[in-house]
Design a protein around this ligand. Structure first.
Ligand code: FES
Length: 478
């Protein structure tokens, strides 16, 4: 034992008194030297706990210090920490779970008896549903540390795996929106995921395995991207770079097969990079795909019908969300609009996930003559109760739909993928005003409440890059 530690031990009671009145930063500073004293410091700390039981601030400081210990004597504090994790004070609950996770990490797995393991697991697992995000974050982390140390039973691991999947929105659509919680869960979920024996799923070749022309200049691609296919959720998007020298463009996903590791995108050749993608063929490999990015669509069970509206190539993007609505037991009506019959795309695919699909064409060559708003109007006129609308497509179409549903009080979301550039929150090009607040379509969206979006500003922003795009197009020959 070093002289310094001997000095600290001699002084331990003074240090503990100082710790009791310390602010959080000073408490962290004092806690580490106290913890280095090992077993001899545990008793003064537990005495202080007993004397200050009703003072949450003091207990928080004590737990923070105990969490630094590596001596097994500290296990005497675990029953108190477990009780503190059920306190009414969220800060104390959060600190108790932090302490629990750290002690699991600091001590050998053989230090915990069966009954202690069970109590620690139950405490952390129950608090995964806590109202406070910091508490959920630390409970997820504590469970992660238990997984890492291998102290959970097979049954407990299964429970954690299912809960972590739900948090990530991978199963019952009850996800946790707190980034900090999802981040913890993402780190630890590989430790409880059942082995699949299919290592190939983790290789991302970005090879094109299917290409179909849907209408002139618009193609459907199936691409090998297993890691993205396993994680993507309806409403999210990817960034695609066709070759080493291309710019990267954001694209919506119209479907995926997580077992086969395939994602499906629709690309309309409107600019240089989209043209580079559409000129590629089956067997070619894209240089890179990043994703999934953005937030999941707003999906829940509604009282009335959920209407998904796809204009032009936006039709593909509404399919995954329509499927989620359907799986939750909603009645789902799809509306697809195009200028003319030959430009209608993905109607059959949309029919597979909707109860009904209505078609509109501007020239009347198929379905209702007019715009998607005419179909929505016809739907409501015949008595359909509409509870939710999602519109994806050209900005004027999304504006018209939002203008129509606003006075009727129908919840309406629009997808603003079209205004993104880098898709990572860095370039600022996708800034949009929503209810007077600045949002980034790629980070906060792409789906936003259509009644709160400033569409006038959005239209102006969309025109910003037209001349640059024309220059880029003129410089290339596909
Ligand atoms: Fe660049 Fe959103 S697309 S910040």
């Amino acid at each position: 034992m070093s002289d310094r530690i001997k000095d600290i031990i001699k002084n331990i009671h003074n240090l503990v008194s100082e710790l009791l009145g310390a602010d959080p930063e000073s408490a962290a500073h004092l806690g580490r030297p106290i913890a280095r004293c090992g077993a001899e410091a545990v008793e003064p700390l537990m005495d202080a706990w007993e004397e200050n039981r009703s003072d949450d601030r003091v207990i928080i400081n004590l737990i923070q210090t105990l969490a630094y210990f590596r001596d097994p004597e500290v296990l005497k504090a675990m029953p108190e920490i477990i009780v503190a994790a059920k306190s009414l004070n969220p800060q104390l609950r959060s600190m108790a779970l932090y302490g629990l996770g750290r002690l699991v990490d600091n001590l050998g797995s053989d230090m915990f008896g069966d009954s202690m393991r069970l109590k620690m697991f139950d405490t952390a697992f129950e608090t995964l549903k806590d109202n406070a995000a910091p508490v959920r974050r630390h409970s997820a982390r504590a469970l992660g540390k238990m997984l890492k140390k291998g102290i959970l039973t097979g049954e407990q691991k299964d429970k954690v795996y299912k809960a972590f999947n739900a948090i990530l929105g991978n199963d019952a659509h009850e996800w946790d929106n707190a980034y900090t919680v999802r981040h913890e869960v993402e780190q630890f979920i590989p430790l409880c995921r059942p082995a699949t024996g299919t290592g190939d799923r983790y290789r991302q070749s970005f090879r094109i395995v299917e290409k179909r022309e849907l209408c002139p200049n618009t193609y459907y691609f199936a691409i090998k991207a297993p890691m993205i296919a396993r994680k993507i959720l309806a409403g999210q998007f990817v960034i695609v770079r066709p070759n080493e020298h291309s710019e990267r463009i954001p694209l919506s996903i119209c479907g995926w097969d997580s077992e086969k590791g395939i994602i499906n995108i629709i690309v309309m050749a409107v600019g240089r990079t989209s043209g580079e993608i559409t000129s590629m063929n089956v067997g070619d490999r894209l240089a890179g795909i990043v994703g999934p990015l953005g937030q999941r669509s707003h999906v829940k069970k509604h009282g009335g019908a959920c209407v998904v509206i796809g204009g032009g190539y936006g039709t593909g993007a509404v399919i995954p969300t329509a499927r989620d609505f359907k799986e939750l037991g909603n009645r789902v009506v799809g509306i697809v609009g195009a200028r003319t019959k030959s430009l209608l795309i993905m109607v059959d695919e949309l029919k597979e996930v909707c109860d009904e699909v209505m078609v509109t064409t501007n020239d009347g060559s198929d379905g209702i003559k007019g715009f998607v708003t005419h179909a929505l109007e016809a739907l409501m006129k015949r008595g359909e109760k509409v509870s939710h609308v999602l519109a994806v497509g050209p900005v004027p179409m999304m504006t018209a739909v939002s203008d129509m549903t606003k006075p009727l009080g129908i919840e309406t979301y629009v997808s603003l993928n079209a205004i993104m550039v880098d898709g990572t929150g860095m370039c600022g090009a996708c800034r949009v005003s929503v209810d007077g607040e600045t949002k980034f379509a790629c980070f906060h969206g792409p789906d936003f409440d259509g009644h709160k979006v400033d569409f006038d500003e959005l239209m102006k922003r969309q025109k910003m890059f037209v001349s640059k795009e024309q220059e880029a197009l003129a410089a290339v020959d596909f």
